[in-house]
Write a protein that binds this ligand. Structure first.
Ligand code: ZN
Length: 296
Protein backbone atom coordinates (compact mmCIF):
# COMPACT_ATOMS: atom_id res chain seq x y z
CA UNK A 1 0.00 0.00 0.00
CA UNK A 2 2.92 2.31 0.65
CA UNK A 3 5.68 1.06 -1.57
CA UNK A 4 8.81 2.40 -3.17
CA UNK A 5 8.61 2.58 -6.94
CA UNK A 6 12.11 1.49 -7.78
CA UNK A 7 14.80 -0.68 -6.30
CA UNK A 8 17.00 1.53 -4.16
CA UNK A 9 20.04 -0.64 -3.48
CA UNK A 10 22.37 -2.80 -5.52
CA UNK A 11 22.92 -6.53 -5.18
CA UNK A 12 23.18 -9.69 -7.24
CA UNK A 13 21.26 -12.91 -6.56
CA UNK A 14 23.45 -15.58 -4.96
CA UNK A 15 26.31 -13.15 -4.30
CA UNK A 16 27.39 -12.41 -0.74
CA UNK A 17 27.55 -8.80 0.50
CA UNK A 18 29.49 -7.94 3.65
CA UNK A 19 27.08 -5.58 5.44
CA UNK A 20 28.98 -5.04 8.72
CA UNK A 21 32.05 -6.76 10.25
CA UNK A 22 29.83 -9.56 11.64
CA UNK A 23 27.01 -9.66 9.10
CA UNK A 24 26.86 -10.92 5.51
CA UNK A 25 23.77 -11.08 3.30
CA UNK A 26 22.77 -13.14 0.27
CA UNK A 27 19.44 -12.55 -1.50
CA UNK A 28 17.23 -15.34 -2.87
CA UNK A 29 15.83 -15.00 -6.39
CA UNK A 30 12.16 -14.74 -5.31
CA UNK A 31 11.17 -11.14 -6.06
CA UNK A 32 7.45 -10.34 -5.83
CA UNK A 33 4.76 -8.05 -4.47
CA UNK A 34 5.37 -9.18 -0.86
CA UNK A 35 9.13 -9.85 -1.07
CA UNK A 36 10.41 -6.77 -2.96
CA UNK A 37 13.74 -7.93 -4.46
CA UNK A 38 13.59 -11.31 -2.67
CA UNK A 39 14.40 -12.81 0.72
CA UNK A 40 17.58 -11.46 2.31
CA UNK A 41 19.29 -14.24 4.25
CA UNK A 42 21.73 -12.97 6.88
CA UNK A 43 24.85 -14.87 7.94
CA UNK A 44 26.20 -13.84 11.35
CA UNK A 45 29.69 -14.44 12.75
CA UNK A 46 33.12 -15.27 11.43
CA UNK A 47 33.58 -18.92 12.32
CA UNK A 48 30.61 -20.57 13.97
CA UNK A 49 27.72 -19.03 12.14
CA UNK A 50 24.04 -18.24 12.56
CA UNK A 51 21.84 -18.03 9.47
CA UNK A 52 18.73 -15.86 9.86
CA UNK A 53 15.77 -16.66 7.56
CA UNK A 54 17.18 -19.21 5.09
CA UNK A 55 14.29 -18.39 2.74
CA UNK A 56 12.08 -20.35 0.35
CA UNK A 57 12.87 -23.83 -0.96
CA UNK A 58 15.31 -22.92 -3.71
CA UNK A 59 18.31 -25.08 -4.53
CA UNK A 60 20.36 -22.22 -6.01
CA UNK A 61 19.89 -20.23 -2.81
CA UNK A 62 20.85 -23.24 -0.66
CA UNK A 63 23.99 -23.76 -2.78
CA UNK A 64 24.82 -20.05 -2.46
CA UNK A 65 24.56 -20.17 1.36
CA UNK A 66 26.70 -23.32 1.50
CA UNK A 67 29.37 -21.99 -0.84
CA UNK A 68 29.61 -18.63 0.98
CA UNK A 69 30.16 -20.51 4.27
CA UNK A 70 32.22 -23.45 2.98
CA UNK A 71 35.24 -23.08 5.27
CA UNK A 72 33.11 -22.26 8.29
CA UNK A 73 30.46 -24.02 10.32
CA UNK A 74 26.77 -23.09 10.43
CA UNK A 75 25.71 -23.91 13.99
CA UNK A 76 22.37 -22.04 14.25
CA UNK A 77 19.42 -21.60 11.88
CA UNK A 78 17.21 -18.78 13.18
CA UNK A 79 13.76 -17.86 11.88
CA UNK A 80 11.87 -14.56 12.30
CA UNK A 81 8.48 -16.08 11.38
CA UNK A 82 7.03 -18.96 9.43
CA UNK A 83 5.89 -17.40 6.16
CA UNK A 84 6.87 -19.31 3.03
CA UNK A 85 9.46 -16.76 1.96
CA UNK A 86 11.34 -17.06 5.29
CA UNK A 87 11.45 -20.51 6.86
CA UNK A 88 11.01 -23.48 4.43
CA UNK A 89 14.68 -23.79 3.45
CA UNK A 90 15.58 -24.32 7.15
CA UNK A 91 15.13 -28.08 7.06
CA UNK A 92 17.22 -28.47 3.89
CA UNK A 93 19.98 -26.32 5.36
CA UNK A 94 19.78 -28.43 8.52
CA UNK A 95 20.21 -31.64 6.47
CA UNK A 96 23.47 -30.24 5.05
CA UNK A 97 24.85 -28.71 8.24
CA UNK A 98 23.28 -30.37 11.29
CA UNK A 99 22.58 -26.93 12.78
CA UNK A 100 19.65 -26.52 15.18
CA UNK A 101 16.58 -24.53 14.12
CA UNK A 102 15.36 -21.72 16.42
CA UNK A 103 11.96 -19.99 16.24
CA UNK A 104 9.08 -18.76 18.38
CA UNK A 105 8.11 -20.97 21.27
CA UNK A 106 4.38 -21.64 21.03
CA UNK A 107 3.09 -25.09 20.33
CA UNK A 108 -0.45 -23.95 19.83
CA UNK A 109 0.44 -20.98 17.68
CA UNK A 110 -2.15 -19.92 15.12
CA UNK A 111 -0.34 -20.33 11.82
CA UNK A 112 -3.07 -18.47 10.01
CA UNK A 113 -5.44 -19.24 7.21
CA UNK A 114 -4.18 -19.25 3.66
CA UNK A 115 -4.97 -16.00 1.93
CA UNK A 116 -3.81 -14.34 -1.23
CA UNK A 117 -2.78 -11.08 0.37
CA UNK A 118 0.60 -12.17 1.66
CA UNK A 119 2.99 -15.10 1.48
CA UNK A 120 1.44 -18.33 2.79
CA UNK A 121 2.39 -20.13 6.00
CA UNK A 122 5.05 -22.83 6.14
CA UNK A 123 2.84 -25.62 7.53
CA UNK A 124 5.68 -28.18 7.48
CA UNK A 125 7.91 -26.06 9.69
CA UNK A 126 9.43 -27.62 12.81
CA UNK A 127 11.88 -25.97 15.18
CA UNK A 128 14.34 -27.66 17.53
CA UNK A 129 14.60 -24.84 20.03
CA UNK A 130 11.61 -22.69 21.00
CA UNK A 131 12.52 -19.06 21.63
CA UNK A 132 10.60 -16.54 23.70
CA UNK A 133 10.84 -12.81 24.24
CA UNK A 134 14.17 -11.83 25.81
CA UNK A 135 15.95 -15.14 25.17
CA UNK A 136 19.65 -14.95 24.33
CA UNK A 137 21.19 -17.12 21.60
CA UNK A 138 24.97 -17.12 21.68
CA UNK A 139 27.74 -18.09 19.27
CA UNK A 140 31.50 -17.69 19.54
CA UNK A 141 31.65 -14.07 18.43
CA UNK A 142 27.99 -13.04 18.38
CA UNK A 143 25.03 -12.65 20.74
CA UNK A 144 21.45 -12.42 19.54
CA UNK A 145 18.52 -11.44 21.73
CA UNK A 146 15.00 -12.36 20.65
CA UNK A 147 12.27 -9.71 20.76
CA UNK A 148 8.72 -10.97 20.29
CA UNK A 149 7.00 -8.60 17.86
CA UNK A 150 3.58 -10.02 16.95
CA UNK A 151 1.38 -8.16 14.45
CA UNK A 152 2.46 -9.21 10.95
CA UNK A 153 2.17 -12.76 12.30
CA UNK A 154 1.56 -13.87 15.88
CA UNK A 155 4.90 -15.73 15.95
CA UNK A 156 7.11 -12.93 14.63
CA UNK A 157 10.45 -12.38 16.35
CA UNK A 158 13.06 -9.69 15.75
CA UNK A 159 16.63 -10.41 16.87
CA UNK A 160 19.18 -7.87 18.07
CA UNK A 161 22.88 -8.43 17.50
CA UNK A 162 24.33 -7.03 20.70
CA UNK A 163 27.93 -6.63 19.44
CA UNK A 164 26.84 -4.25 16.65
CA UNK A 165 23.55 -2.81 17.98
CA UNK A 166 21.77 -4.07 14.87
CA UNK A 167 18.18 -5.32 14.86
CA UNK A 168 17.13 -7.99 12.37
CA UNK A 169 13.61 -6.68 11.90
CA UNK A 170 12.19 -9.46 9.67
CA UNK A 171 8.90 -8.31 8.12
CA UNK A 172 7.91 -6.21 11.16
CA UNK A 173 9.72 -3.08 9.95
CA UNK A 174 10.87 -2.85 6.34
CA UNK A 175 12.25 0.16 4.50
CA UNK A 176 10.52 -0.38 1.14
CA UNK A 177 6.93 -0.88 2.34
CA UNK A 178 4.69 -1.00 5.37
CA UNK A 179 4.12 -4.56 6.53
CA UNK A 180 0.96 -6.49 5.62
CA UNK A 181 -1.48 -7.17 8.48
CA UNK A 182 -4.09 -9.77 7.55
CA UNK A 183 -6.51 -10.97 10.28
CA UNK A 184 -6.98 -13.29 12.03
CA UNK A 185 -3.29 -14.19 12.58
CA UNK A 186 -2.22 -10.64 11.71
CA UNK A 187 -3.29 -8.22 14.45
CA UNK A 188 -3.16 -4.43 14.22
CA UNK A 189 -3.19 -3.73 17.97
CA UNK A 190 -0.31 -6.16 18.52
CA UNK A 191 1.52 -4.63 15.56
CA UNK A 192 1.19 -1.12 17.06
CA UNK A 193 2.40 -2.41 20.44
CA UNK A 194 5.32 -4.15 18.74
CA UNK A 195 6.27 -0.85 17.05
CA UNK A 196 6.11 0.92 20.44
CA UNK A 197 8.28 -1.84 21.88
CA UNK A 198 11.01 -1.02 19.35
CA UNK A 199 10.86 2.68 20.28
CA UNK A 200 11.94 1.69 23.82
CA UNK A 201 15.18 0.24 22.41
CA UNK A 202 18.32 1.89 21.10
CA UNK A 203 19.26 -0.22 18.08
CA UNK A 204 21.45 1.76 15.68
CA UNK A 205 20.37 0.10 12.44
CA UNK A 206 17.71 -2.35 11.29
CA UNK A 207 18.31 -5.08 8.74
CA UNK A 208 14.92 -6.20 7.38
CA UNK A 209 14.49 -9.48 5.48
CA UNK A 210 13.43 -7.53 2.39
CA UNK A 211 15.24 -4.38 1.29
CA UNK A 212 18.24 -2.42 2.44
CA UNK A 213 19.60 -1.39 5.84
CA UNK A 214 17.42 1.14 7.71
CA UNK A 215 19.69 3.88 9.04
CA UNK A 216 17.27 6.02 11.08
CA UNK A 217 15.10 3.27 12.48
CA UNK A 218 13.39 5.26 15.24
CA UNK A 219 12.21 7.88 12.73
CA UNK A 220 10.80 5.18 10.46
CA UNK A 221 9.02 3.41 13.32
CA UNK A 222 7.43 6.71 14.41
CA UNK A 223 6.40 7.33 10.80
CA UNK A 224 4.73 3.91 10.61
CA UNK A 225 2.84 4.51 13.88
CA UNK A 226 1.54 7.85 12.66
CA UNK A 227 0.67 6.38 9.24
CA UNK A 228 -1.59 3.83 10.93
CA UNK A 229 -3.16 6.43 13.24
CA UNK A 230 -3.89 8.62 10.19
CA UNK A 231 -5.59 5.64 8.53
CA UNK A 232 -7.79 5.09 11.58
CA UNK A 233 -8.76 8.76 11.63
CA UNK A 234 -9.69 8.48 7.94
CA UNK A 235 -11.73 5.34 8.67
CA UNK A 236 -13.55 7.12 11.49
CA UNK A 237 -14.36 10.07 9.20
CA UNK A 238 -15.58 7.72 6.46
CA UNK A 239 -17.90 5.92 8.88
CA UNK A 240 -19.19 9.25 10.24
CA UNK A 241 -20.16 10.28 6.73
CA UNK A 242 -22.26 7.16 6.27
CA UNK A 243 -19.86 4.57 4.84
CA UNK A 244 -20.53 1.58 7.05
CA UNK A 245 -19.26 -1.33 4.97
CA UNK A 246 -15.61 -2.22 4.48
CA UNK A 247 -15.71 -1.83 0.71
CA UNK A 248 -17.26 1.65 0.95
CA UNK A 249 -14.62 2.73 3.45
CA UNK A 250 -11.88 1.34 1.18
CA UNK A 251 -13.20 3.31 -1.82
CA UNK A 252 -12.79 6.52 0.15
CA UNK A 253 -9.53 6.05 2.02
CA UNK A 254 -7.78 4.28 -0.87
CA UNK A 255 -9.25 6.54 -3.57
CA UNK A 256 -5.78 7.02 -5.08
CA UNK A 257 -4.96 3.30 -5.21
CA UNK A 258 -5.42 0.89 -8.17
CA UNK A 259 -8.74 -0.99 -7.81
CA UNK A 260 -6.86 -4.27 -8.23
CA UNK A 261 -5.45 -3.64 -4.75
CA UNK A 262 -8.88 -3.25 -3.14
CA UNK A 263 -9.09 -6.84 -1.84
CA UNK A 264 -5.75 -6.39 -0.02
CA UNK A 265 -6.77 -2.89 1.12
CA UNK A 266 -9.99 -4.41 2.48
CA UNK A 267 -8.02 -6.84 4.68
CA UNK A 268 -5.83 -4.03 5.96
CA UNK A 269 -8.93 -1.91 6.68
CA UNK A 270 -10.49 -4.88 8.47
CA UNK A 271 -7.38 -5.15 10.66
CA UNK A 272 -7.83 -1.48 11.60
CA UNK A 273 -11.56 -1.94 12.24
CA UNK A 274 -10.89 -4.84 14.61
CA UNK A 275 -8.47 -2.67 16.59
CA UNK A 276 -10.97 0.22 16.66
CA UNK A 277 -13.67 -2.13 17.99
CA UNK A 278 -11.33 -3.36 20.73
CA UNK A 279 -10.61 0.27 21.60
CA UNK A 280 -14.38 0.99 21.83
CA UNK A 281 -14.19 3.61 19.07
CA UNK A 282 -16.66 1.77 16.87
CA UNK A 283 -19.07 -1.17 16.94
CA UNK A 284 -20.17 -3.71 14.36
CA UNK A 285 -23.23 -5.77 13.56
CA UNK A 286 -22.36 -8.81 11.48
CA UNK A 287 -18.69 -9.49 11.13
CA UNK A 288 -15.54 -9.09 9.08
CA UNK A 289 -15.92 -7.96 5.45
CA UNK A 290 -19.73 -8.24 5.66
CA UNK A 291 -20.09 -6.26 8.86
CA UNK A 292 -21.95 -2.96 9.33
CA UNK A 293 -19.61 -0.59 11.20
CA UNK A 294 -20.82 2.37 13.28
CA UNK A 295 -19.30 4.97 15.57
CA UNK A 296 -19.75 4.04 19.22
ZN1 ZN B 1 6.02 -12.37 6.34
Amino acid sequence: MNKANSIDFSFEYGVCDQITPLVRRVIANNPGPFTYTGTGTYIIGSNELAVIDPGPVDNDHLEAILSITKNQKITHIIVTHTHNDHSPLSKYLQEKTGALIYSFNENDINTGDENKFEEGYDKEFKCDVGVKDGDIIKGKDWTLQAIHTPGHTSNHLCYSLEEEKILFSGDHVMGWSTTVIVPPDGNMEEYMQSLEKLLQRNDKYYLPTHGKMIKNPQDLVKKYISHRITRENQIEEAIKSGNNKVIDIVKIIYADVDKKLYPAASMSTLAHLKRMIDNDQIKVSGSNLEGFYEIN
